[in-house]
Each structure stands twice: as structure tokens, then as C-alpha cells.
Design a protein. Structure first.
Length: 344
């Protein structure tokens, strides 16, 4: 009991430390950014936004969530779990909400929790679908970073670092997909040799079994294709939103090279994924966005204003959608039995 309380205190202490650092990061970054711009500048940019392009952003964003849902459903079906597409879509929306809200992408784990408790999916299948989708997301991101790095050759950006980073993302994630069953098997054997943690051993064995089923089902090609769709729709929607902000102030599409702009998006996202990136994602995201877009040729004030405005819209939109989905989850009934088996 004493050890349990000590562990709980350690968790609370670490959580408090991360939250405290997040507050400091958010306050520090926004103090610096708003020494260069004002909230009035942000309000003017938001007030002049192109409404038609804003609606197009929403459409692309929803399509991204649909494709993400279809990818999870394909992985779950390969593991023998058939779930309602509509209910899975709601779970995906809640997952996206929690990823934006919680630090270091810990919100991803909400997907596993909801599949298990609300849809009755077997834990190993839920974990396998999460792990494979996550790895394929990174695998697709690698080549996109490589292409974007090639588009900024000769610029002030660290192109060799970008090229190396893109290559590492692709190779490591591809290797992880191939070696995942082997790694799970090794972990199971180590714990079995120690004769400890029987529940953890059962969980690892179940996840290993479901990963192998997915590979034998031959769904990896489909998962890769759907992952490409997720990435293109995600960054496509972000591009459309940026253009919606900049078109009224005189920017044309030709002044927003897609691959260069993509680097700004990815850099800001990676900064927001750090453990102490800021409160609910605000802070490091805007700071890195401002820096990278300035290096890409945007005027400093506009780079900062678009960073704040763009992130504000995506967060308000994402939180609104996520809260509605969470309400649907809370009002819906839990599944007390396992979902229908594939082929059954």
C-alpha cells in the first residue's frame, strides 16, 4: 500500500511538473510573440477570412477523419473484430480531441480505452490497430519530409537535417512494422523467464497474435494507402485554411508552395508534441510556426499572426467537434460483449 501511494505521488508530481512547464512555455512564447503583434492584428486577420475556403477546410478535415476511421476498421477487421463504422468514427473524433488537449500525444491512448470499454473490442486487437496505424502514419510522413526538404535546397533551413530526419522516420517506422511481432515475442519470453506480471504477458501475447493476423490478412498495402490519404487530407485541409487567411490580404496560391508550407506545418506539430509544449498545445506550436514561416520568406509579423490565427481556428474547431463526440460517447451505451467476429 505504501509503495502504491509513493507511486501515485510520483505520478502526480511529474504531471504537475509537466503542467507547470507548459504554463511557463505558453506564457513565455505568447509574451514574446505579442511583443511583435497585437490581438487586434489577429482579430483583423480572422475577420477577413475567406468563408468559402473555411468551409472547404471543414470538409477536408471531416474527410480525413473518415479515412482514418476506415483505416482503423480495416485493421480491426483483420484482427477479427467488426465494429460499427459510426461508433468508431465518434471514437476517432474523441481521440483527435484528446491528442490536441494532452501533452506528448498521450491522448492517443484514449482510442484504446474507448474501444475496450465502449465498443467491447478485445484489448490486443485495439492495441495492435493503434500501434500499426501509428507506425504507418510515421512511415508516410518520412517521404513527405524528404520531398519538402528537396524543395528548399539553397534556403536558410537546415536541409541536411531535414533529409536525414525524413529518411530516419521512414526507415525506422518501416523496420518497426516488420519487427513488431518479433519484438512482442521477445518481450513475452523475457517476462515468462522472470515468471512475473502474468497480466502483462497475456496482453503482449494477445497483441502479438493480432499483429500477426493483420499481417497474414495482407492488409498492409491498404493501410499504407489509407495512411497516405490521411496525411494528404490533413495537411491539405491545413493548407486550405492558411490560404483562407492569406487570400484576403493579397496572397496567391503561387506564393504558397505546398511542400514549403508543409514544412511549417510539420515543424509546428512536432514542437506541439513535446511533453511541455504548452497548455492544450498553445505555445511551442506558435513559436516554431513563426520561426519556420519567417525563414520560408514570410514577413515576421505575418508569420506570427498566421501562426496564432491558424492554430486558434483548428483548436476551436477540433475541440468543438471533439466535445460533441465525447458527449455522444457519454450518452451512448457501453458494449457489454465483444463485437461481431469478422467472417462470422
Amino acid at each position: 500500500m505504501i509503495e502504491g501511494k509513493t507511486g501515485l505521488r510520483a505520478v502526480v508530481h511529474k504531471t504537475g511538473l509537466v503542467v507547470g512547464l507548459g504554463v511557463i512555455v505558453t506564457a513565455g512564447v505568447f509574451t514574446y510573440l505579442f511583443s511583435q503583434i497585437t490581438w487586434r492584428d489577429v482579430g483583423q486577420l480572422l475577420g477577413r477570412i475567406d468563408r468559402q475556403l473555411l468551409c472547404f477546410f471543414v470538409v477536408l478535415s471531416l474527410m480525413q477523419h473518415v479515412i482514418r476511421t476506415l483505416r482503423y476498421r480495416l485493421l480491426l477487421k483483420s484482427a477479427g473484430q467488426v465494429v460499427s463504422l459510426g461508433r468508431l468514427f465518434v471514437v476517432v473524433l474523441v481521440r483527435s480531441f484528446c491528442v490536441d488537449l494532452l501533452p506528448a500525444r498521450t491522448g492517443e491512448l484514449v482510442y484504446i480505452y474507448l474501444l475496450r470499454t465502449r465498443l467491447g473490442v478485445e484489448l490486443g486487437a485495439a492495441t495492435a490497430s493503434f500501434a500499426l496505424a501509428f507506425l504507418f502514419d510515421i512511415m508516410v510522413l518520412g517521404p513527405l519530409v524528404l520531398l519538402a526538404a528537396l524543395s528548399v535546397l539553397g534556403s536558410t533551413l537546415p536541409v541536411p537535417v531535414l533529409l536525414g530526419g525524413g529518411g530516419v522516420l521512414f526507415l525506422c517506422s518501416a523496420a518497426a512494422v516488420g519487427l513488431l511481432p518479433w519484438g512482442l515475442r521477445i518481450g513475452f519470453r523475457i517476462l515468462s523467464g522472470l515468471g512475473r506480471l502474468p497480466r502483462v504477458r497475456h496482453f503482449i501475447a494477445s497483441t502479438h497474435r493480432q499483429v500477426r493476423r493483420a499481417r497474414r490478412a495482407g492488409v498492409y498495402g491498404g493501410v499504407f494507402g489509407l495512411s497516405v490519404g490521411v496525411r494528404l487530407l490533413k495537411y491539405g485541409s491545413m493548407y486550405v485554411l492558411l490560404y483562407a487567411l492569406l487570400k484576403p490580404v493579397g496572397y496567391a496560391l503561387g506564393e504558397l508552395p505546398a511542400l514549403r508550407v508543409f514544412l511549417g506545418f510539420v515543424s509546428a506539430e512536432m514542437a506541439a508534441s513535446l511533453p511541455a509544449s504548452g497548455i492544450a498545445g498553445f505555445g511551442a506550436y506558435e513559436g516554431v510556426w513563426s520561426l519556420v514561416f519567417n525563414l520560408l520568406g514570410f514577413p515576421a509579423a505575418l508569420a506570427t499572426t498566421t501562426g496564432v490565427s491558424h492554430h486558434l481556428i483548428t483548436q476551436v474547431y477540433g475541440y468543438s467537434l471533439g466535445l460533441l463526440a465525447m458527449l455522444a460517447v457519454l450518452l451512448g451505451r457501453s458494449v457489454g460483449r465483444a463485437p461481431r467476429k469478422a467472417g462470422g
